[in-house]
Design a protein around this ligand. Structure first.
Ligand code: SF4
Length: 275
C-alpha cells in the first residue's frame, strides 16, 4: 500500500470521525499498513470489497415527484453542444446575472450561480445564498461551507469534484428562507443546471430546499434518510435530503451527526453503485 493511499485512507477516516464528533483517534500506522493488501491484485480485491460494503441499493420513492414549477424555463439560452462548462457559463452570464424575475433581485449585490465540476456525479443543492455566499460569489462559503467541505471530504470527495448550487440565486433578505414564488421563479435555472450537469445523485440540504425541490410538505426530519426522485429530462435522478450544515452546526448533537452521516453514507453507496 503506497504512502499516498495510507494517507488518503487515514485522512478520510479522521474526517469521518471528526464529523461524528470524535476529536482524538488513536491510530497504529503499522497495524493499518499490515492489515491492507500489499500488491496491485490484492489492492484491487480490497477496493472491490470496500465498494461492496459501501454500495447500497437505491430504492427511490416516486410518491413525491418534483413540482411542475421546478422545470426548465422556455426562455433560457441554448445549450452549448457537448460542452457542459460552457453551457453553465452561458446560463449564468446571459440569464441569471441580470435576472429580475422575482423580488430577490432588489436586494442582491451579486447573484450566486454555482460552482464545481460541470460533469459531477454529485450535485449538492442548498436553499439560498447567505451573506458569506453573496460576498464570495459562490454557494456554501463561510463557516457552513467549511463544514460542508469536511462532510464532502468524509465522503471521499473534494469540493471541486462535486457541483454546488442553491435553489435561488439571490440572497433572501436577513438570510430568510426563499418563498415558494421565488423558488418557482428561480427553479427554472436549477432545473437547467441539473440538465447540464446530469448528476447521478442530488443531495439537497435543508428542510426548506427539500420541500420546494421535492414538492413535499413534511419536515426534514421525516423526509431525510430516504430516497426521493427528481424527474429530470433524461430520467429520474435519486435525491437524498439531509440537514443543512448551518442547522447541524447549531444543533451539533450526536443524534443529528449520526443522522447526517447515515444520509451521506447512503449517497456514497449510491455513487459507488452507479459507477
Ligand atoms: Fe432571478 Fe432567481 Fe434572483 Fe429571483 S432569485 S431574481 S429568479 S436569479
Amino acid at each position: 500500500m503506497s504512502d499516498e493511499r495510507v494517507h488518503r485512507v487515514l485522512r478520510q477516516h479522521v474526517e469521518t470521525e471528526r464529523l461524528l464528533g470524535v476529536e482524538v483517534v488513536p491510530v497504529d500506522l503499522e497495524a493499518v499498513a499490515a492489515a491492507e493488501p500489499q500488491d496491485d491484485a490484492q489492492g484491487a480485491a480490497h477496493t472491490a470489497r470496500v465498494s461492496r460494503r459501501s454500495a447500497a441499493p437505491v430504492s427511490v420513492s416516486t410518491q413525491n415527484p418534483v413540482r411542475p414549477a421546478i422545470v426548465v424555463r422556455p426562455d433560457l439560452p441554448e445549450l452549448v453542444s457537448g460542452n457542459a462548462g460552457a453551457s453553465l457559463a452561458v446560463l449564468d452570464e446571459e440569464a441569471v446575472r441580470g435576472c429580475t424575475q422575482c423580488e430577490l433581485h432588489a436586494g442582491r449585490s451579486q447573484t450566486v450561480f454555482g460552482t464545481g465540476d460541470s460533469a459531477a456525479s454529485l450535485m449538492i443543492v442548498g436553499e439560498g445564498p447567505n451573506a458569506d455566499d453573496e460576498q464570495a460569489g459562490e454557494p456554501f462559503a463561510g463557516e457552513a461551507g467549511a463544514f460542508l467541505n469536511k462532510q464532502i471530504a468524509a465522503m471521499g470527495l473534494s469540493r471541486d469534484a462535486v457541483y454546488l448550487t442553491h435553489l435561488v440565486k439571490c440572497r433572501p433578505p436577513s438570510n430568510r428562507m426563499p418563498h415558494a414564488d421565488e423558488a418557482a421563479a428561480c427553479g427554472g435555472f436549477l432545473a437547467r443546471q441539473v440538465e447540464i450537469v446530469s448528476p447521478k445523485v442530488i443531495l439537497v440540504m435543508g428542510g426548506h430546499a427539500a420541500k420546494l425541490l421535492l414538492g413535499v410538505t413534511e419536515s426534514i426530519t421525516r423526509v431525510r434518510g430516504q430516497w426521493h426522485a427528481y424527474a429530470g429530462p433524461a430520467g429520474e435522478i435519486p435525491v437524498m435530503a439531509t440537514f443543512h450544515p448551518t442547522y447541524l452546526l447549531r444543533a451539533y448533537t450526536p443524534e443529528n451527526r449520526k443522522k447526517v452521516w447515515s444520509d451521506l453514507q447512503a449517497v456514497m453507496g449510491a455513487l459507488e453503485a452507479g459507477k
